[in-house]
Design a binder for this molecule. Structure first.
Ligand SMILES: [Zn+2]
Length: 383
């Protein structure tokens, strides 16, 4: 039986001794990968969306780390390695467990009985779609910290029987007790990177995609608790398949909360007019060759290429503060950065320029002085 294999080479990492990890890392999740795989137990194909028991074995050699991924249908794994499955279901992300619970119940009621205590309760959050709620939310998009507006929304939601109404009232009163924690748990989703709550809604969320498309997180982002999200970090730290590294994060119009203020993306953005997020103030990114936003004020570029610097100058006329950072292991900035900033039009519009880990050089310092641009040079961040 041919074992399905995934190989990836990470950046050369050469440990002094050859190291072998024999115990695989295990994940239980739905299959959402491009490459076709066969089940280790029954040799049948693993289909998109099938619940899967995934074993990942890392190995190191002179070229760096390589990983072998082995996929088993969850049903086959329950039949053959039930204790391991149980152990890892109990350790899995609670949102993923919520999603898998129905399937586990169908495949093995006995196993379900053993994990039921760990499955999060059903959400009682309302869809937030009645006209008065929509009107209040539209106002809150403009002033998300407005406590008076939040109080009106909280009362209204409480009358509709939505738990969020109680949460808003408790938080506005400064309550941080166990009922608040319980309501946050009911209304949200668990995550490896704990989301930050504002009043009644999540304020800040960190999504690590690990090779999956952003579309796989659409359900989370559509959770009513994300409706007033202010700060979103999306990191595409790919786990394998270096060939995929050029595919940007699949943000599409309307796929993120419209009230976002800060968007931070690692992994690049596709050609995109971002004006559907009218309050967006700060964008942090590494690559984006055709991006536009009419009023964005702060742009922070990480390890950025020439095309991104030029494209953002064209598409983002409102930027006042530009930061360009060289990362410790990232690509080098264009050698003629000063000239590039000049001829792409940046220097005629910004008021502040921060260069992190990049020496400005005398001509750029003089150009900044002549135009009254505050130039800040900060040292390379090292890990
Ligand atoms: Zn199978």
């Amino acid at each position: 039986m041919a074992k399905p294999k995934r190989k990836t080479k990470r950046a050369a990492k050469k440990p002094a001794k050859r190291k072998r990890v024999t115990r695989p890392m295990i994940q239980i999740e739905r299959f959402r990968f491009d490459e076709e795989q066969r089940c280790r137990a029954c040799s049948e194909a693993v289909k998109q969306g099938d619940a899967c028991f995934i074993e990942i074995v890392s190995d190191w050699d002179g070229d760096g780390e390589s990983q072998t991924w082995t996929f088993t249908h969850l049903a086959c794994a329950i039949a053959k390695q039930r204790q391991e499955v149980r152990e890892h279901l109990l350790a899995t992300d609670r949102e993923e467990l919520r999603e898998l619970a129905g399937e586990v119940q169908r495949l093995s009621p006995e196993l379900f009985a053993e994990i039921a205590h760990a499955v999060p309760p059903d959400r009682k959050a309302m869809p937030l779609d009645d006209p008065f709620t929509l009107e209040l939310l539209a106002q809150l998009d403009e002033t998300p910290e407005d406590r008076a507006l939040l109080a009106v929304l909280g009362d209204h939601l409480a009358q509709r029987g939505d738990d969020r109404g109680e949460l808003i009232a408790l938080q506005l009163a400064g309550n941080t007790g166990s009922r608040v924690a319980e309501l946050c748990d009911i209304l949200s989703f668990s995550s490896f990177s704990k989301p930050v709550w504002g009043i009644g809604f999540l304020r800040e969320l960190n999504i690590i995609l690990g090779g999956r498309p952003l579309a796989t997180q659409a359900q989370r982002l559509a959770n009513p608790s994300c409706r007033l999200l202010q700060h979103l970090i999306i990191w595409q730290n790919r786990r394998f398949e270096l060939a995929q590294k050029d595919a940007p994060v699949d943000v599409t119009p309307g796929s993120l909360p419209r009230g976002l203020r800060v968007l931070d993306v690692i992994g690049g953005l596709p050609p995109l007019d971002l004006s559907w997020m009218p309050y967006l103030d700060t964008l942090v990114l590494d690559e984006g060759h055709e991006l536009a936003h009419p009023t964005l004020r702060v742009l922070e570029l990480r390890a950025t290429d020439r095309a991104t610097i030029e494209a953002c100058a064209r598409g983002m006329p409102g930027v006042e503060r530009l930061k360009i950072e060289r990362l410790q292991f990232g690509r080098e900035p264009p050698a003629d950065l000063g000239e590039l900033l000049e001829h792409s039009g940046w220097l005629t519009r910004i008021r502040e320029l921060e260069l992190q880990g990049i020496p400005a050089g005398d001509p750029l310092r003089a150009a900044a002085r002549a135009r009254d641009i505050r130039l800040v040079e900060t040292p390379l961040r090292t890990i």
